[in-house]
Design a protein around this ligand. Structure first.
Ligand SMILES: NC(=O)c1ccc[n+]([C@@H]2O[C@H](COP(=O)([O-])OP(=O)(O)OC[C@H]3O[C@@H](n4cnc5c(N)ncnc54)[C@H](O)[C@@H]3O)[C@@H](O)[C@H]2O)c1
Length: 286
């Protein structure tokens, strides 16, 4: 940082101005890095829009529903688990059920009176090397992380096309772009979702449907915490240690991801199609 400890009287005006601007910028950047309070930056970018969010009872899903609502959208929450759902409608069901998936976009349309936004956020993680992976690990991971988004996109796109367009946001993962160790089934499923996003982003832009993905690294949610518990680790201690591995100084909170989802769903991202946005605090997959 320039001029630290210097006598400010001795600094030429133009240089002082650039120092002050630089310092203001640093303070702003520090503030933004540590600010997960979305309400302080509320915009109404989604007024009048109708959104379907899967995995809406989970850590990231709850934050996405809250953020979309805060920006004026009406939200239909889809999840197998009713606890923690806070939305305008709750469409309960199991994403491994093909009929449920195939009918969900129309059910959201009927319930809300429109469908402008689909967030394929639900996901599961099955851990371990391929030699430890069961048929059930494979089947469930592919069913929930890949087949459900496939079915939901396939059903939602004609509905959105008929009303002039829409936005689909998939929750993929940094690990789907840069494979992390010892999670081949999860990584493969998220790579498939990222690829689906790129394909649909290109194929349906001409209908005014933008398909993009948010790709988080580690996020402080039940998915991450239960992983520590299964390995016999105290989640608080483990997250504290993980924080130190992130250049920004902390792993993501669900709101850090939800804010990017809201951006991708909004007209601020009007020229983005097939993008895979990494939200990682500067931490590469290692
Ligand atoms: N937490 C992380 O570190 C992290 C990192 C990168 C990507 N992601 C992705 O973010 C998304 C959300 O993850 P999260 O961390 O909020 O997890 P979470 O476990 O807190 O939430 C997942 C939600 O999906 C729902 N769900 C699971 N199986 C279902 C099924 N068969 N039918 C209907 N709903 C079902 C669960 O009930 C739960 O509410 C996932 O796709 C995950 O892969 C998470």
């Amino acid at each position: 940082m320039p001029f630290v400890g210097a006598d400010l009287q001795a600094i030429p005006n133009h240089a002082l101005r650039s120092y002050v601007e630089c310092r203001e910028h640093e303070i702003l950047v520090e503030d933004v890095h540590n600010d997960t309070n979305s309400e302080r930056r509320t915009m109404m970018r989604l007024e009048g829009r109708n959104a379907l969010v899967t995995g809406a009872a989970g850590g990231i899903g709850q934050a996405i529903s809250a953020r979309l609502k805060l920006e004026g959208a009406r939200v239909a929450a889809a999840d197998i688990d009713p606890s923690g759902v806070d939305a305008d409608a709750y469409l309960a069901g199991d994403l491994t059920d093909a009929n449920y998936c195939d009918g969900l976009p129309q059910a959201a349309m009927d319930t809300l009176g429109g469908l402008d936004i689909l967030v394929n956020n639900a996901g599961i993680i099955r851990r371990g090397d391929i030699t430890q992976a069961s048929d059930d690990d494979y089947r469930m991971s592919m069913a929930i992380n890949v087949e459900a988004p496939f079915r939901l996109c396939r059903a939602a796109i004609p509905i959105m096309a008929e009303t002039g367009g829409g936005a689909i946001v998939n929750t993929a993962s940094c690990w789907g772009l840069h494979p992390g160790p010892h999670h081949p089934v999860y990584v493969m499923s998220k790579a498939a979702l990222a690829s689906l996003t790129q394909c649909l982003g290109r194929d349906h832009a001409h209908q005014g449907i933008r398909v993009n993905a948010v790709c988080p690294n580690e996020v402080d949610t039940p998915m991450l915490r239960t992983g520590f518990e299964i390995r016999g680790l105290d989640p608080e201690t483990a997250i504290g240690e993980l924080d130190c591995t992130v250049p920004l100084g902390r792993i993501a909170q669900p709101e850090d991801i939800a804010d990017v989802v809201a951006f991708l769903a909004s007209d601020d991202a009007r020229y983005m199609c097939g993008a895979l946005l990494e939200v990682n605090g500067g931490k590469p997959v290692g």
